[in-house]
Design a protein around this ligand. Structure first.
Ligand SMILES: [Zn+2]
Length: 130
């Protein structure tokens, strides 16, 4: 998680010129790096690099099904047990095929639509990739 901590530091310290606010130069290890818009710059060797990629990688939720397979937006999964639908008398039956709209962070990490029931949130531990 050190990458995430670095992003938080950069966000908080924004325009600061304190050398310790940024990670050292990956090329020459100089601690006197500074931020210029989206980039970090090293005054000693001239190296510059992006923080963007690191940030996006940290925010992408990794969701795995009951077999440990990684799931992606748009994948089809099937239910591996009957699930009661909160607030209704409906049951989403085992074996029902479901298309994932979107993966999210959290306890119920699959945003999907089930035919005959509608939009709902599922736990990835109760599905497997179809
Ligand atoms: Zn450098």
């Amino acid at each position: 998680m050190s990458g995430l901590q670095r992003i938080v530091l950069v966000t908080l310290r924004g325009a600061s010129t304190m050398p310790s606010a940024f990670p050292p130069c990956p090329d020459c290890q100089s601690p006197y790096t500074y931020q210029d818009l989206e980039k970090l710059l090293c005054p000693e060797c001239g190296h510059e690099w992006q923080l963007d990629d690191v940030e996006h990688a940290e925010h992408e939720p990794v969701v795995r099904d009951s077999n440990g397979n990684q799931l992606n937006d748009g994948d089809y999964v099937t239910l591996i047990k009957n699930l009661k639908v909160k607030g209704t008398s409906s049951v989403a039956k085992i074996g029902t095929k479901v298309k994932i709209n979107r993966l999210v962070d959290g306890d119920h990490n699959i945003d999907c639509k089930i035919e005959g029931i509608g939009q709902m949130m599922l736990k990835s531990e109760f599905v497997k990739r179809a």
